[in-house]
Write a protein that binds this ligand. Sequence first.
Ligand SMILES: NC(=O)c1ccc[n+]([C@@H]2O[C@H](COP(=O)([O-])OP(=O)(O)OC[C@H]3O[C@@H](n4cnc5c(N)ncnc54)[C@H](OP(=O)(O)O)[C@@H]3O)[C@@H](O)[C@H]2O)c1
Length: 288
Amino acid sequence: MDRPVGPRFPGEVKNTLILAGTGKTGRRIATALTAAGHPVRTVSRTAGDVRLDLDDPTTWPAALDGVGAVYLVEPNPHAAGGDPPRLARLATAAVESGARRLVMLSAPGADDEHHPFHATEQTVRESGAEWTILRPNWFSQNFSEDFWLPVIRGGTLALPTGDGRVPFVDAQDIADVAVAALTEDRHAGQVYELSGPRAIGFGEAAELIAKASGRPLEYVAVTPTAYLEQQLANGVPELIARRFTDLVSSVSTGAHEALGDGVERALGRSPRRFEDFVVETAASGCWS
Ligand SMILES: NC(=O)c1ccc[n+]([C@@H]2O[C@H](COP(=O)([O-])OP(=O)(O)OC[C@H]3O[C@@H](n4cnc5c(N)ncnc54)[C@H](OP(=O)(O)O)[C@@H]3O)[C@@H](O)[C@H]2O)c1
């Protein structure tokens, strides 16, 4: 039987702690849980209900007090290392503080021991809590709430992605699966690979965004070197620029094309389509 992560006995109110609570998935999870009547505590460094800095463990006890379930997010994959990684240490502290359910936002490929999230996934699996791991492909909302928004407004999407394709996943689908995992027992021990229903090339993505927004948007395939230089010129630190260039360039090899069945397995429905994402997002005015 499914049970809420809220009260387990009369008088006890257990919060669900949501890391990156102002971010693309955390914000949507908090909205849905609150609407369903679950007590929620969002955290981040600068906003949210309580301040929590993953780099400052002195901020953790107050954030973890009275928490029954945690949505775990490492906002910066470049900070995912360490021995143990900071998010793994937070997961351990959460269980020691009384949390009984952990839902981790990870990424595809984390079975590989060299993957930045591998060690944290292992800690979560061995934590003693019920756990669920979400491995989403690239978010559709990267075009509307993150790094590609400014370039879309500029009219040119210049990327080293060649003809590679990505089955972009809607952040709302990730949030819906996270909410299910945080509130229903049947997701314990599951790893959900999350994607949209089909892989889309960046040329087609640009066409769909242009059509929905009514503004011109051209996709231009550039070399990894040109992309790296563009980031360095924009002031991105070199290590981050190089890693991001490697990640984005790997799309051209087809490395991100695989579909995931996690939305269907967790929710019993198909994932949202990119075509619908662009129509809804254009209506919000963010590309105008
Ligand atoms: N974007 C994608 O396509 C994609 C695909 C697969 C997996 N992922 C994974 O998803 C995760 C989330 O990435 P995202 O870009 O979507 O982030 P996000 O959730 O949109 O936003 C980052 C959030 O983290 C908070 N934050 C940043 N540094 C923090 C710190 N030191 N301590 C506590 N909170 C902190 C930020 O608020 P403050 O600034 O106020 O702290 C903000 O709420 C990453 O692990 C990424 O690898 C992303």
